[in-house]
Ligand binder design. Structure first.
Ligand code: GLU
Length: 286
């Protein structure tokens, strides 16, 4: 392994020692929150992609086989709904209604797919209120603990049907980060269609290079990301933000490519996958 990890003059490298220690923490994680984005689960026509779901379930099962606890934060409800209903206007109200169509499709698919491993899943739908209200939050964590004790896989999404502007968490990048912190996870893995954080938008720029580790170089990485991507809903910016928030709670976070073979197994066997956010106390000097 090279002595430093960093890819671009503009981004300072994180020391190999810091990176290795964080990678080991990630590999040893007992409780893992895995966030899967819509692209990870649906095809170009917004239909639920059975093979993509199966690939994700295979990856999650790899962790379960290794006696890790997994909470899955899954998007894809609105996307899956779009594949089933003609929606003329693309309004907020329609997205909310689409989510209710898609959420049941999504859970049916997860249920079937996890059945291949004789595993049971549970659906939890949350809004911001549920995370901020102490009693609701305690109920949520108690439910999660019970499900994990039963070896049931909790699958969490925002309750889009009732989430108005005031009570929206916003996107599942932030939801997964709040869940990871709230349930005391040891690792957050955000699976996406790009392989991590890049020095430029990899979909538009062939010279874009992956940043392997984010730590004391966070401010520079943040600037790069702000420059290279538009502030689209659920884009790389919110993933970086969510990962940073988690890492400031001493939890390592990794943004990785969902199509990478055995992506979760690679992470828990200490392989350098995607972009790793090292746990930090929030200060810029480590
Ligand atoms: N809750 C939305 C859905 O299931 C996704 C939100 C997001 O992707 O961040 O479609």
């Amino acid at each position: 392994m090279s002595d430093t990890v960093g890819t671009d003059d503009e981004v300072e490298s994180v020391s190999a020692e810091t990176a290795d220690a964080a990678r080991k923490l990630a590999a040893d994680a007992e409780r893992v929150v895995v966030k899967a984005g819509t692209n990870t689960l649906t095809d170009d026509e917004s239909n639920l992609d059975v093979e993509k779901v199966a690939k994700l379930v295979d990856d999650v099962n790899d962790l379960l086989e290794r006696d890790r606890e997994v909470l899955l934060v899954s998007s894809g409800a609105v996307g899956a709904g779009k594949g089933r209903v003609d929606y003329p206007n693309d309004t907020v109200e329609e997205s909310q209604a689409l989510s209710t169509v898609g959420q049941s499709q999504l859970m049916a698919e997860y249920s079937d797919s996890f059945d291949r491993y004789d595993r049971t899943v549970a659906q939890i739908l949350l809004t911001e209120n549920d995370l901020e209200d102490t009693e609701r939050f305690t109920n949520f964590t108690n439910t999660v603990e019970t499900l994990l004790e039963w070896d049931v896989v909790p699958i969490i999404n925002e309750n889009d049907a009732v989430a108005t502007e005031e009570i929206r968490i916003g996107d599942n990048d932030m939801l997964s980060s709040s869940v990871a912190i709230g349930v005391g996870a040891d690792l957050l893995v955000t699976l996406t269609d790009v392989g991590g954080v890049y020095t430029a938008n990899p979909k538009e720029d062939d010279a874009a290079e992956r940043i392997e580790v984010v730590g004391n170089n966070y401010a520079e990485v943040q600037q790069l990301v702000d420059r290279s991507s538009s502030a689209t809903f659920g884009g790389i910016q919110t993933k970086v933000h969510g990962a940073r928030e988690v890492s400031e709670h001493e939890i390592p976070a990794i943004i990785a490519k969902s199509t990478e073979p055995d992506v979760l197994e690679q992470i828990v066997t200490g392989k350098p996958v995607g972009t790793l956010f090292v746990p930090t106390n929030g200060e810029t000097d480590e």
